[in-house]
Design a protein around this ligand. Structure first.
Ligand SMILES: Nc1ncnc2c1ncn2[C@@H]1O[C@H](COP(=O)(O)OP(=O)(O)OP(=O)(O)O)[C@@H](O)[C@H]1O
Length: 585
């Protein structure tokens, strides 16, 4: 299961974002196509998901962010856009390349051979990658993505360069992968391809979600069949077709696109009238649409991300002091708030409706997506949501309202921190007895993760020194230091703050800075030769007679052998040798 929430990326200030507040799910057992024109933001979205790009938002793979997966190569197969990284070094042979990758991830070499068979590359397995066609590159890259036997595939334009027969093979492969329970998210520019490959089609327009539809709905609203006919006498044929009740429009110089009359009839009509045809074919055309109002069926899930505090968590099945029976919750600590849609954690039947505990009413607890086809939903106006998101990101933290007394969180909440296994059934939390003197705990506001965390603030978005209001008696665990509750915005995705408090790595991980990016600069300069005094290392690398004061701070580049401003003849010779080796391969 891939749960994508509020992905946003702006490459440059003042330019429209490449991806804005993108929120949708890709579910197991299904092929989900991310469809969009050139530059719609598909590749950027995929790169954000696997944290190759800095940005806002959150992507969970079976409840974990990419960097929290211990061995991602064994769980997620990634194929990025063609033209960026080629399948491998042009001088290397396909088999050797795949075996090398297999060794790197601890997979037996025979898996590489099997995948060469599966991807129809066995015949060219010992050819150099540099001699491969674009389609072969794609298949080799797909084989590499499959090496770790992943359960999830993220594929960027996987069919680019494939021949029609290999496209067919690839479609069948994706279908069988999904049927065996795998999750597939693949991008495409072609609506017809999306309709052919996918069970669900998510349409991106200029970086924003335009529609999220089951494929049947997509076909109905976005595609229509037509007949393409070409030849030298198209004007005459057009008159005949119109007389027969068909709709005809020009397609290129010597072509007609005909709807309302099937291919056989068009062919027969042309034959009876002695009209020569060069081409006669069925095709699927895209209906012209104006985004976003024309498209129904967006997921309705909001891109807002906020941390849910313990107070706002529905409690596990236990008798609280008030005598109410609380409902079991999902394992991942992430909930569905959005109208009619589930998101992180809410796939478990039994996930409780947020607000139940606040209102004190007993309501049916299940908010997971119902089995069977999804009901049609009104279009979610993304622009409005995005505007709210931007306003929230810019606004200062809202003042906390007065604290409201509430029952203490149950010890069963420790159970909730258990992560769900991929496609695991609902986690039914046992019903422990609530502590006899459960103290009321003041609730804390949800924190918008899309807002920058100020320096010195905790991962929950407020200074760690914030103290509990007087109404919160002891015992006071760290999380009870939160101020009063703020109603989460309907439709926001919530993260269990209790989970974050108990697991500092998670808390750290979910800070906006971490979600935004990777590759922060190290605080201290890197020493070129660990163990040696800094000044000695720099002196060794500096040309004779050009000594500098030892205390001068130098960047890692300056002191690295071969770095800028450094003479390192041995290093240069080594680099030359490597270059020759590569060239001669
Ligand atoms: N590294 C970058 N720096 C600046 N702008 C970028 C960068 N990468 C992508 N963009 C811009 O972001 C937008 C989305 O690009 P992206 O590659 O994600 O689109 P795409 O839908 O994958 O397109 P295509 O189908 O052509 O691959 C485009 O306007 C593109 O120009």
């Amino acid at each position: 299961m891939i749960q994508i929430t509020g992905l946003t990326k702006a490459y440059r200030r003042g330019r429209p974002p490449a991806v804005l507040d993108l929120t949708f799910d890709a579910r197991p057992g299904m092929v989900t196509a991310l469809l969009g024109d050139e530059g719609a933001g598909k590749s950027t979205a995929l790169r954000l998901m696997v944290e190759l790009e800095r940005g806002h938002g959150l992507t969970l793979f079976d409840g974990r962010t990419y960097r929290r997966i211990r061995r991602p190569e064994r769980e997620i197969g990634v194929l990025l856009a063609a033209g960026r990284p080629e399948a491998g070094h042009p001088g290397q042979r396909a088999r050797a390349h795949l075996r090398m990758l297999a060794g790197a991830i601890g997979v037996p070499a025979r898996r590489a051979d099997d995948l060469l068979e599966q991807t129809r590359l066995a015949a060219v397995a010992d050819h150099r990658i540099g001699t491969f066609s674009p389609g072969m590159h794609r298949r080799l890259a797909l084989a590499a993505a499959l090496l770790g036997t992943p359960s999830t595939l993220l594929l960027d334009a996987p069919t680019e360069g494939l021949s029609p027969s290999n496209e067919e093979w690839f479609g069948a492969f994706l279908r069988s992968f999904a049927l065996s329970g795998g999750t597939v998210l693949t991008t495409t520019r072609s609506p017809a391809e999306a309709a052919a490959l996918a069970d669900r089609v998510v349409t991106l327009d200029a970086g924003q979600l335009a529609a999220d539809q089951p494929v049947v709905e997509f076909r109905r609203t976005r595609l229509h069949p037509e007949v393409l006919v070409r030849g030298p006498q198209m004007a005459r044929l057009a008159d005949l077709l119109v007389a027969q009740g068909g709709q005809v429009r020009r397609d290129g110089g010597a072509g007609l696109a005909v709807s309302g009359i099937d291919r056989t009839e068009v062919g027969e009509l042309a034959y009876r009238n002695g009209i020569l045809l060069h081409e006669l074919a069925d095709r699927v055309a895209e209906r012209p649409v104006s985004y976003p109002a024309a498209l129904p069926g967006s997921s309705g899930r909001s891109g807002q991300v906020s941390i849910r505090t313990p107070r706002q968590n529905p409690q596990p099945q236990s008798q609280s002091q008030s005598g109410r029976t609380a409902q079991p919750v999902g394992a991942s600590g992430l909930r569905a708030d959005g109208p009619g849609t589930a998101h992180p954690g809410a796939d478990h039947p039994g996930a409780a409706v947020p607000g139940e505990q606040r209102s004190g009413e007993q309501r049916p607890a299940t908010v997971g997506r119902p089995a069977g086809p999804e009901p049609e939903r009104p279009l979610d106006h993304r622009g409005l949501q995005a505007g709210r998101w931007a306003a929230a990101a810019l606004a200062p933290n809202p003042p906390a309202p007065a604290p409201a007394p509430a029952p203490a969180p149950s010890p069963a909440s420790a159970e909730h921190r258990t992560r769900a296994e991929p496609s695991a059934p609902a986690v039914s939390v046992p019903a422990p007895t609530a502590p006899a003197q459960a103290a009321p705990v003041p609730p804390a506001p949800p924190v918008d993760l899309t807002r920058r965390t100020p320096r010195g603030a905790s991962a929950l978005g407020r200074p760690a020194a914030t103290t509990a209001p007087a109404t919160a008696p002891a015992p006071a665990p760290a999380r009870t230091t939160a101020p009063a509750a703020v109603e989460p915005e309907p439709g926001s995705t919530a993260v269990d703050a209790e989970q974050l408090a108990a697991n500092p790595t998670d808390a750290e991980l979910l800070t906006p800075a971490r979600i935004r990016g990777v590759g922060q600069r190290p605080a201290a300069p890197v020493r070129p030769f660990p163990g040696r005094p800094w000044s000695a290392a720099t002196a060794e690398l500096r040309p004779a007679g050009r000594a500098e004061p030892a205390e001068r701070s130098r960047s890692a580049d300056e002191v690295r052998p071969g770095g800028a401003g450094v003479v390192d003849p041995q290093g240069a010779a080594r680099r030359g040798a490597v270059g020759d080796e590569n060239g001669s391969e």
